[in-house]
Design a protein around this ligand. Structure first.
Ligand SMILES: Cc1ncc(COP(=O)(O)O)c(C=O)c1O
Length: 353
């Protein structure tokens, strides 16, 4: 918003904030900038889901019983009890829900940066104070970072975006010992295969957030959380449940079992391609951070130059040079084999020139 906007005085001060991040929409040959899956769902799966979508009456609100029915089916497909599950419009809505139930005026959250910018951004528009602990690019959250100060919410991202690093063993347990809602973001679980959900039994303050955006469903906007039934109910009551999801999200969640084997195969391909990218970077002498996600953070002497030249050659990556701690880094999302080949070829050329 411009400082001289005629409506500026209508808004809260924090509404004048700019967007948490922007993305380039320039033409491209390889789209490796947003941690999406590079493959769409096969048409037969999409058609089967569309058939199910047609069964609903689009002129009607999805009644509470529909959400409950969907939760039942979705929870079964991922192996949890429905009372432990909330389904949302992406993991972003889970971050918002966490602030709505445990943040707010006179309350404080703990965030470890660099990380996904929405944790800090959502704190602002939820008027929640934050302690932003700054880590170096290759550094991860340890139990020593979970300091003596009290926080109403502790956000730990596992693996972290954009570093790809897991927290040190014991860090999440140390956070759980505190009187805080511990929000463990497992958005990249399909690639890391590591979860803390088993700690839920003894730790009602644990909340796990997952996103389907990294696994072929970014365009559907689907996320889910796993937590204590009272945390789930509190979150559901703050979102406009039972109407916060459309029949599209509800259908995809209800028939998630149609997609699961495809996602398993996708993860195998992506992990193989991730290793291929890091081996190539190693061969080129480019330092990188070993990643548990579907992306790799690598270090170059002139990141804005590298970003610009890659973009000019049609390879879209994420420039992070303005983020504290990441001034020398660029993030590449793992794409299709040909996209990854193009990225490596262009990067080689740029670094040699
Ligand atoms: C760590 C992390 N959490 C949450 C999200 C948001 O996910 P969604 O697209 O499901 O809202 C992202 C997206 O990049 C992310 O990297």
């Amino acid at each position: 918003m411009q400082p001289d906007s005629p409506v500026k005085n209508l808004f809260r001060e924090d509404v004048s904030l700019s967007a948490p991040f922007t993305v380039s929409e320039l033409p491209h040959k390889a789209k490796l900038d947003q941690n999406e899956a590079p493959f769409d769902l096969p048409n037969d799966i999409k058609m089967a889901l569309l058939d199910k979508l047609l069964e609903y009456q689009w002129n009607r609100y999805p009644q509470p019983s529909v959400y409950m029915e969907v939760k039942e089916a979705f929870a079964k497909s991922i192996g949890y009890a429905p009372e432990n599950i909330i389904i949302t419009i992406g993991a972003d809505q889970l971050i918002q829900a966490a602030y709505l139930i445990a943040g707010g005026h006179d309350r404080k959250a703990l965030i470890f940066e660099p990380t996904y910018p929405m944790f800090a951004h959502a704190a602002k528009f939820n008027q929640t104070n934050v302690d932003r602990t700054q880590l170096a690019a290759g550094e991860t959250v340890t139990k020593d970072h979970i300091n003596a100060a009290d926080h109403n919410i502790i956000f730990i991202v596992a693996p972290n975006n954009p570093t790809g690093l897991m927290p040190e063993e014991g860090a999440i347990e140390a956070a759980l010992a505190k009187n805080s809602l511990v929000f463990v973001d497992e958005s990249y679980f399909d690639y890391s295969k590591k979860t803390w959900a088993h700690l839920l039994k003894d730790n009602p303050n644990l909340f796990i957030a997952r996103s389907a955006s990294k696994s072929c469903l970014a365009g559907i906007r689907l996320g889910y959380g796993i937590g204590h039934p009272d945390v789930i109910s509190a979150m559901e009551s703050t979102l406009t449940a039972p109407y916060h999801l459309s029949y599209l999200q509800l259908t995809v969640a209800k028939y998630f079992n149609f997609i699961q084997s495809h996602l398993k195969n996708l993860a195998v391909t992506i992990i193989f391609e991730r290793d291929r990218i890091t081996n190539q970077l190693k061969g080129m002498g480019v330092p990188y951070i070993p990643s548990q996600g579907n992306f790799v953070l690598f270090k170059v002497a002139n990141p804005s130059d590298v970003y610009r030249k890659l973009a000019e050659s049609g390879v879209r990556v994420r420039s992070l040079h303005s983020i504290p701690g990441l001034s020398d880094y660029v993030r590449v999302t793992v794409g299709k084999d040909k996209e990854n080949d193009l990225f490596i070829k262009q990067l080689k050329g740029i670094l040699a020139s």
